[in-house]
Write a protein that binds this ligand. Structure first.
Ligand code: DOR
Ligand code: ZN
Length: 347
């Protein structure tokens, strides 16, 4: 059987929620990934070091026996974040970044930053203390077409941030457009981007053609084919600025299949398999390991993982539901076939 063995990967953008939902979803990630950058958009958001450390303990309580998994914590940036909290976060070994959500951009972003330019003193402190900022790069201007919000963010804010804070490490999260990958590729070394499996595998037809398919709806929304192709090229280029971040974002099935459905694709149960499918479709499986297991760790200044994981070429059907009897979550590609499967015997 055809197999592919790579260094254990890291998921550099992950939502795991809290309480019962956390307990239901975390094991899927812990089985595949050694570490994950944990998004802080809980309700209420994780805004202090103390809250992040408590959340870290809660995540560790959900790691299955025998799994070796390390959560890499982040703090949610608000207009009121004290400079001293930035210093404390930068000094803490468990905290790896701040996440900036423009207020109103996505799930639980209302406590986010409404005026990005007014937050410049906070960016200056992050630059000074050497802690990265992770961007949800979309404008929230209601007059801006939803398909143009990422491109607008780059023009209105990202360019200024990059120019004004030359030593600030920035991750442009879940890049979805040609403009984003072009910008990141041309920018200096400390500007990187994560790329999700859904943005590599699908264009916007997946949400809208032949009926509305809510499980393909996430933010930033899937774009045209031209953009998907640009993301494929970036992910498979071997350029270390582009690395794996699933943005797996669980929502209960009934809240996705809803008149006002939540944004987020739950990819964690088959995350590596989805990336393998994308890379194989471009004959680039040899580029998967660096994208999934090397470049993210290198960017964050973390050691690369020492273990390995094996994928087998073995067709299987993605389950219709994941979770528990009380918590039903529909995974990405539910009821569909995947060509690769993570081998659980050698983890
Ligand atoms: O689709 C998304 N879901 N995009 C985000 O930025 C947030 C995420 C979530 O937390 O559900
Ligand atoms: Zn996210």
């Amino acid at each position: 059987m055809k197999t592919l063995t790579i260094t254990r990967p890291d998921d550099m953008h992950l939502h795991v929620r809290n309480d019962a939902l956390l307990q239901a979803v975390l094991p899927y990630t812990a089985r595949q990934f050694a570490r994950a950058i944990i998004m802080p958009n809980l309700k209420p958001p994780v805004i202090t070091v103390a809250q992040a450390l408590a959340y870290r303990e809660e995540i560790l309580s959900a790691v299955p026996e025998g799994c070796d998994f390390t959560p890499l914590m982040t703090l949610y940036l608000t207009a009121a974040t004290p400079i001293n909290e930035i210093k404390l976060a930068a000094e803490n070994e468990h905290i790896h970044a701040f996440k900036l959500y423009p207020a109103g951009a996505t799930t639980h972003s209302d406590a986010g930053v409404a005026d990005i330019k007014a937050a410049y003193p906070l960016f200056a402190a992050m630059e000074q203390y050497g802690i990265p900022i992770l961007l949800h790069g979309e404008v929230t201007d209601p007059e801006c077409d939803i398909f143009d919000r990422e491109k607008e963010f780059i023009e209105r804010y990202l360019t200024g941030m990059v120019n004004n804070f030359p030593a600030l490490k920035i991750v442009f999260e879940h890049a979805t457009t040609q403009e984003a990958v072009d910008f990141v590729a041309a920018a200096r070394e400390n500007i990187a981007a994560t790329i999700t499996p859904q943005h590599l595998l699908y264009n916007r037809n997946a949400i809208l053609a032949g009926g509305i398919r809510p499980h393909y709806y996430c933010l930033p929304v899937l774009k045209r084919e031209q953009h998907r192709l640009a993301l494929m090229k970036a992910a498979m280029s071997g350029n270390p600025k582009f690395f794996l971040g699933t943005d797996s974002a669980p929502h209960l099935t009934h809240l996705k299949e809803n008149a006002c459905g939540c944004a987020g694709c739950f990819s964690a149960p088959v995350a590596l398999e989805l990336y393998a499918e994308a890379f194989e479709s471009a004959n680039a499986l040899d580029k998967l390991e660096a994208f999934a297991s090397h470049f993210g760790a290198d960017f964050y200044g973390l050691p690369r993982n020492s273990g390995s994981i094996t994928l087998q070429k073995q067709s299987h059907t993605v389950p219709q539901f994941c979770g528990t009897t009380d918590i039903s979550i529909t995974p990405l590609k539910a009821n569909e076939t995947l060509a690769w499967q993570v081998n659980t015997s050698d983890e």
